[in-house]
Design a protein around this ligand. Sequence first.
Ligand code: DGJ
Length: 704
Amino acid sequence: MIVESTPSSWILETHNTAYALGFNASGALLHRYWGRKLPQHSDYPEAANYPNWASFDGPQNLWQEEFPVYGGMSYVEPCLKTTFADGTRDTVLEFVKSETQGDELQITLKDSHYPLEVILHYRVFFEHDLIVRFVTLKNLGSEKISLERIFSAQWHFPLHDTYQLTHLSGRWNDEYQIRREPLGHGTKVLESRRLTSSHHHNPWFALERGDATETHGAVWFGALAWSGNWKLTAEVTNFYATRVSMGLNDWDFALELHAGETFVSPEALGGFSLEGYGGASRLLHDHIRQNVIPHGPVTHKVLYNSWEATFFDVTEAGQGKLAELAAEMGIELFVVDDGWFQGRHSDQAALGDWWPDAGKFPNGLQPLIDKVNALGMDFGLWIEPEMVNPDSDLYRAHPDWAIHFPTRARTTGRNQLILNLAKLEVQHYLIEMLDKLLAQHPISFIKWDMNRNVSEPGWAEHPQGKEIWVRYVEGLYHVWDTLRLRHPNIFWQSCSGGGGRADLGILTKADQIWASDNTEPAARLSIQEGFSLAYPALIMEAWVTDMGTAPLEFRLHVSMLGALGIGADLTHWNEAERALAAHWIAYYKTIRHIVQLGDQYRLRSDRDLRGLHGQVGNYSSWMYLSKDKTEGVLFDFRTHLSDPVVLPAIKLCGLEPESLYQLEGHGTRSGLAWMEIGVHLHPLTETHSNFGDRSSSVLKIKKV
Ligand code: DGJ
């Protein structure tokens, strides 16, 4: 809900929060408040109007400007930096008008001299306590305007407090590791310079005063809906103001706005919760399920993926055998990964030639698809459309389509180059080629992979080659959106060598993310925990594979924390193993609506963050509860503990305090009792022999 408290100030109210902004007496648009909703509109502070503090600091350095620009005596991180046609590199924005359309507030500003219009958009998601911000830039004149930085938003936090920044960082095979660190004076930068949102930092953050836990405390959080180079700056000024800005990365960046042109920035999302990190995550989970992913909150099928079973050794007979075994175990979707297309016998060749390999599939894909369908499963396929191997028909025909600088050698990664999706002819080719593949076959699921980061980012024939960073991502979105519109029933998965492209931008195309190539279950627990801070279990594809030495049941339970899949070589599993997997697949189907669509509670971290949960790490617990709070499921995992050990009680969350709940095998008590006292899932002094390392349990919770 948007409340206009005066003609030049607004309060954006959500279910539990408020965000206030307004112009001050000097005509600057300032942040006024962001946090818990207050009883009276008059409770929110006015926009401050501090004067110059010294000749070394213009007033902008003290103000909390909603959208600071590079200009005047402002030295804080700006959201916009421009160069006008006459060389002026100073922007002065003035208020033109404001408009409210439903849940969106638009504030139009214009440069005082130059024909640059800036529209700030604020979209309110009332139920989810979220605000989405973005900016539209318009060149109203006849001469070019160069943009050197465009951030979507700057978020401000209560002045004079100190904060902890939480972010997700890692690398290939080790994504989404949770880092929590105090913010000190100066600027901390998180970013991607890799063309994708990347394994290295995820475009998500949380900020709190150091007193928030999983269940309690004020947490501000945000994310950027962009799948390319992005940047986050977290700045603490010398006036004790903390602000976080998010937007396109200005590293190697330029965009030109020609006469009459418009540019719309990616969306930046911000939210606030008083229920700690868990509350913040659940708001994001609900929002992503309901407002972001294409198919919304519907349960996802149990899939089988052939990659770790057959790698490039894909044949019609081999996949058919795997499909038979998968169907017997209750799998619902059979996905053929890499290795199915013309000439693909290793990672040396063939990317770009997207038709079935004549030797492996003499009669095309249809006989295998028919078999999979006859076994009662849907059929899915892996593709990597953005890539080309130099050893491919596509590259031999169009070497100029790869991203390159003409005078430089083309650095390959996994023997492949990247097609320049900024080019219209490349977009057109991919749309037509993939459309043909999808139109010819009943394909229900596509895994869209992307297996390297960029090098030599040239776009020789374009006058402003640095635009490649933005235009590539726009091209990717265009290709994907066009295919989605033509094939609306397909579920897409975003993969980039595991979790290299998980962000709110790609999630408007893909219903699922392949979170990591690391499928070793203990490693996976920590990857999945980090992932869960930002993204819901519904979209987290999690396979059971043969990686590592953990017992099969433990591996199954770890994967059941998300959208369960199997990726092992089933021909090597014995009957007992297949029966055990079939048992847990059947069980998962009875709880998946809770796991995928319910509320998730991280009861204990494997990493025992900050020791808040007691002394024991390597013992984790997760709970999922249906939205109506009538049924839930409790998981616990012991990864590695030295014996003897005293395992702590697990305290449940989210239950109705007065209602009675039965916890499978542990009796019936009030919701409050389960939450206050908890449950010792294993006798206190159990030793390695009867509840050992890498053991786990899954228990149902039922309101009675
Ligand atoms: C990387 C992905 O993350 C894997 O799951 C698999 O699809 C391979 N690529 C195939 O080349």
